[in-house]
Design a protein around this ligand. Structure first.
Ligand code: FEO
Length: 411
């Protein structure tokens, strides 16, 4: 039996669902504490608004809570801040039960709605500044795209100063005590969620925070995890800090960071990496470093990739492929913005030598800027070839410092 009474503020109640058993979310996130799909009902003098739904498998709990709080005829608006299925899973059933309700989505959600629902349904679009009224309650919409899909928006209930933030400020942390001052310590989950969901979109986070800053926020009601009511500014400040800070100090001195990542079977690719790094480091304004992928863990990979202005990856070719740690490194770009970073690849080979080309292609798909062709050397680099590596490093470092060259076409 679900606990049906979960009051957030005078006019807002929780009608979401708990998922204590989920252990992996969206394929990439570990959820040791489970999660929740938060949904809310806002009651005004002239009807109610339902703020998001839940994952389809949890519809029963959602409808039980909803029916305890209101009649379907009272529902004036259904607001979907974000269309990912963990929040839109019960939408169709809800619209069938409340046919008079108006669906409100963001402008960017229109095409997504068609892709998800596969049938025509009526909706209205809300961009920043649009207001809907429930009589004595007023909800204002804010466009906060890419947090965590392009469609995401937030909204603000003026009379009770509640921010419905969508995925922003969420945590995958199941705890039915619900409020940040009553649940267990969820700080690790809050940071982990930021790192995996928001970190690739830091610039959008900062834009959203500017919008939020124009409102007096007493309660943050996100789509996952605890509701933040004790000191909302604490969580806002954390997002501002994480979206602004540099992890490494080189940037403080106005230097560009160039990182050479490599793996080596017989020290040949290692030797190439060293010469490339030496060449890059000889360019004024660049700090070059090299990292052996054999011993770099994922978090360090992500941090280094994020902070580097230029990324050069070296791999030998084994059975016609680059080695797994090189692919693992590039898979970390899923957590980051790659637009604008300079990329290049290299490697020593014995037979066929496809690895540098394959890495180059992958970087092109990831939208790196690729100013030079991959550098391949058969087995042990000669003195002349070592000099070519040095010059390869110089060229990439000079481009990193602003030397103009034609970049390979982006896809
Ligand atoms: Fe909780 Fe991006 O969905």
């Amino acid at each position: 039996m679900v606990d049906l009474i979960t009051k957030i503020t005078k006019s807002v109640d929780f009608i979401g669902a708990f998922d204590p058993k989920i252990r992996t979310f969206d394929i990439i996130m570990k959820t040791a504490n489970g999660s929740s799909y938060n949904s809310y009902v806002v009651r005004g003098s002239e009807g109610v608004a339902i703020m998001d739904t839940v994952k389809k498998e949890f519809s029963e709990d959602f409808f039980k809570r909803l029916e305890f709080m209101c009649d379907y005829e009272e529902i004036k608006y259904i607001v979907l801040h974000h269309l990912e299925p963990d929040h839109s899973g019960a939408l169709i059933e809800l619209m069938q039960k409340a046919p008079k309700a108006k669906l409100i989505i963001s402008g960017r959600a229109v095409m997504m709605l068609k892709g998800l629902i596969k049938s025509d349904i009526e909706f209205e679009v809300a961009n920043t500044g649009r207001i809907i009224s429930l009589g004595d309650k007023t909800i204002e919409f804010l466009s906060t795209p890419f947090l965590h899909w392009p469609d995401t928006m937030s909204s603000y209930l003026h009379e009770e100063k509640v921010l419905f933030s969508g995925d922003v400020f969420g945590s995958h942390y199941y705890d039915e005590r619900l409020f940040d001052d009553e649940v267990g310590d969820f700080s690790y989950a809050f940071k982990y969620y930021y790192d995996h969901i928001m970190r690739p979109f830091k610039q959008y986070v900062l834009q959203a925070l500017k919008l939020y800053d124009t409102f007096d926020i007493k309660v943050i009601a996100p789509l996952h995890g605890p509701i933040l009511r004790t000191n909302p500014q604490f969580y806002i400040d954390k997002y501002a800090q994480w979206s602004s800070e540099a992890k490494f100090r080189k940037h403080e001195f106005g230097k560009k960071m160039l990182s050479v990542f490599y793996m080596s079977s017989y020290d040949n690719t290692h030797l190439m990496a060293k010469k490339i790094m030496d060449g890059a480091d000889s360019v004024e304004g660049v700090v070059a470093s090299m990292y052996d992928l054999a011993s770099l863990d994922e978090q360090n990979m992500i941090d280094l990739l994020e902070e580097s202005d230029a990324i050069i990856i070296g791999s030998p070719t084994i059975n016609g492929d680059a080695v797994k740690p090189a692919w693992d490194l590039l898979s970390c770009m899923a957590f980051l913005e790659s637009n604008g970073k300079i990329g290049a690849s290299f490697g020593s080979y014995g037979w066929t030598g496809e690895a540098p080309e394959m890495l180059h292609d992958r970087m092109r798909w990831l939208k790196f800027r690729l100013p030079v062709r991959p550098l391949k050397i058969k087995l042990i680099p000669t003195e002349d070839e070592q000099q070519s590596c040095f010059e390869f490093g110089v060229e990439i470092a000079e481009i990193t410092m602003g030397k103009m060259v034609e970049m390979e076409m982006e896809i």
